[in-house]
Design a protein around this ligand. Structure first.
Ligand SMILES: [Zn+2]
Length: 457
């Protein structure tokens, strides 16, 4: 049975889907104005593991992750660079897809774009106005927070704290300082859509309410995202969704991943610890980045360091070297029960990884082919649900950084052939010399009965 920590109840709960035949999950996706950074990668990888796990447990899973392609940050960036807004958002969305694919993230079932759902947003806003939860003032439509007595339950803050924490000048059109924007007017230079309140654009929160409910219904199972989204984003999503549809629950379970720091500090461009996924992928394979993100439990804060990536790469080298060693043995039908048990307990990825390490240790000591086949099956099965160990071991072990100055595969192969010829001719001096050249270039050789195999160290 799956247990997950529900932010709404602040405790671990048994996961009971609304419909056991069809589990539904929504995760807030990127706002597409710039390269995604490693902090953006964390929820993508965490909820990819949740998705893979749900796929194993239930007959049908729908995973929706949106793209926010209308936002003031996008408008500001386009103005700064002079780039057309649509060109900017499409290029950034393509880059995001390439980055997260490299991290081994499966595509969500639906990836709605906010700008394709403006009518759905308007329809919710109309409902909120009709029911008295919102008001129209000066081209703006605002959600009136005091109209919802339970507002603040998700984040656990009182309304007074929320207002004190907001530290913003209260706009003259707000009836209450906590009120938030559902719709705002757009000047002609900015993206805008016709609405009953004039030409304008949606607030951010209403986007996710509209897209989640369109594809998953008014009540669905899991809503995920980073901790930083609990307030105000998720609190506001929840308020407007429930008020528009009385009697609906909106999300039954709220899951949030912890904060991410880099090199012990809050990521910032001025500190030089602001890592985009794209630049990390020049230096490290995507799977090493994925492993580094999964080594910490998703609810814990994570200190992401380049050193952790080097170690993750090294760890995966050991797994893939073992898998290459059993390349000719077909995997058995054993299942990774320990990995599953760890993931069922609130996605305990550190524990799941230790189960994989235990299987690796056993594989390296295994005496019989049957035992090797069993352990290989466990590694591949447990790796699959975590999005790890699914590559061709040979390809993994030959990976090198983009623009790496090392030897090409062809140069390595021809040096290995030259060494073999020298050995055959009993010219051991020459054979050792060639081996040294390879070693200086980070190539590790292993002589096997069937020939020499190699990998980049
Ligand atoms: Zn959202």
């Amino acid at each position: 049975m799956l247990q997950i920590y529900n932010t709404a109840s602040r405790r671990k709960e048994q996961f009971r889907p609304i419909d056991r035949q069809h589990v539904r999950m929504y995760v807030c996706g990127p706002t597409v104005y710039d390269f995604a950074h490693i902090g953006n990668a964390r929820p993508v990888v965490v909820f990819d593991v949740v998705y893979r796990l749900l796929e194993r447990l239930y007959p049908d899973v729908t995973y929706v992750r949106n793209i926010t392609d209308v936002d003031d940050k996008i408008n500001a960036r386009a103005k700064e660079t002079g780039e057309d807004i649509r060109t900017l958002t499409e290029r950034t969305a393509r880059q995001f897809h390439a980055d997260v694919a490299a991290l081994g993230a499966l595509e969500p079932d639906v990836e709605p774009r906010a700008t394709d759902h403006i009518q759905e947003m308007i329809a919710i806003i109309v409902e909120l106005l009709d029911k008295g939860y919102a008001y129209h003032e000066d081209g703006h439509v605002l959600f009136h927070v005091p109209s919802m007595p339970k507002y603040g339950a998700l984040s656990g803050h009182s309304r007074d704290e929320l207002i004190a924490g907001a530290r913003v000048e209260v706009a003259p059109y707000k009836r209450d300082p906590a009120d938030f924007v559902l719709w705002k007017p757009s000047e002609t230079s900015l993206p805008g859509w016709n609405s009953p309140w004039g030409r304008g654009r949606p607030g951010w929160h209403i986007e996710c309410s509209a897209m989640s409910m369109k594809y998953l219904g008014q009540s669905f199972d899991i809503h995920g995202g980073g901790r930083d989204l609990i307030f105000p984003h998720h609190e506001n999503e929840l308020a407007q969704s429930r008020c528009a549809h009385p009697g609906s629950q909106y999300a039954k379970y709220w899951m949030h991943n912890g904060y991410l720091m880099a090199e012990g500090e809050k990521m910032s461009k001025s500190l030089g610890n602001f890592y985009t996924i794209n630049e990390l992928l020049q230096e490290f394979p995507g799977e090493a980045i994925r492993l580094a993100l999964l080594q910490t439990h998703y609810r814990q804060p994570l200190d992401f360091t380049k050193e952790s990536l080097r170690q993750a790469k090294h760890t995966l080298d050991r797994f893939y070297a073992a898998l290459r060693g059993v390349a000719d043995i077909a995997p058995g039908d054993a299942k990774a029960d320990d990995v599953m048990a760890a993931l069922l307990d609130d996605i305990n990825t550190p524990l799941a990884l230790s189960a994989l390490h235990a299987a690796l240790g056993d594989l390296n000591k295994a005496g019989t082919d049957a035992e090797k086949a069993r352990l290989k099956a466990i590694l591949l099965d447990g790796g699959e649900v975590m999005g790890l160990l699914q590559q061709d071991p040979e390809a993994w072990l030959r990976w090198q950084p983009t623009g790496g100055a090392g030897l090409s595969d062809g140069e390595i192969e021809s040096l290995i052939a030259r060494r073999a010829a020298a050995r055959k001719a009993k010219d051991f001096g020459e054979a050792d010399r060639v081996r040294a050249v390879l070693s200086e270039n980070g190539v590790i050789l292993e002589d096997k009965p069937q020939g020499t195999i190699w990998r980049r160290g």
